[in-house]
Design a protein around this ligand. Structure first.
Ligand code: ZN
Ligand code: ZN
Length: 139
């Protein structure tokens, strides 16, 4: 368990988050929902359930699947988190957090690698799971 804490805020400043990531690493997701939501792969940190949110009245949650909720600022549209509905655990976009540029976190995993469009590739040798492997893991 890491005790490092990071903060971030949306573009308009209406919403602020303080998180304690569970590891100094992040994951990439290439699934179709993330592609549509972000316009590319989604890079996120697992932050557990302990996320402090200010400006809650600006947060809109959208139920994107039976297992996840995605949230954004209703004024500026900044993506704030996706939350697992059953565990209540938050995953927060890497780029939303004020992580010092020189502090390189590790990419721990790429999910849904077989759904990744051929148009891009992430320059990493991190492990990757296919859709079938992800479904296996979480079923
Ligand atoms: Zn905002
Ligand atoms: Zn995804």
């Amino acid at each position: 368990m890491s005790s490092t804490s990071y903060q971030g805020q949306c573009l308009c400043g209406g919403v602020g988050l303080t998180v304690q990531p569970q590891a100094q690493s992040f994951f990439a997701c290439h699934c179709n929902t993330c592609q549509t939501w972000t316009g590319g792969p989604q890079l996120s940190l697992s932050c557990g359930r302990n996320v402090e949110i200010t400006g809650q009245e600006m947060v809109t949650e959208y139920k994107s699947s039976p297992w996840a909720i995605r949230a954004f600022c209703k004024q500026c549209g900044t993506h704030l988190y996706f939350k697992m509905r059953f565990s209540g655990e938050y995953n927060v976009p890497l780029g939303l957090l004020n992580i010092p540029k020189q502090q390189a976190l590790t990419m721990a995993m790429q999910y849904f690698i077989d759904l990744k469009p051929d148009s891009y590739a992430l320059d990493t040798d991190s492990p990757a799971l296919t859709e079938a492997e992800v479904l296996d893991m979480f079923s």
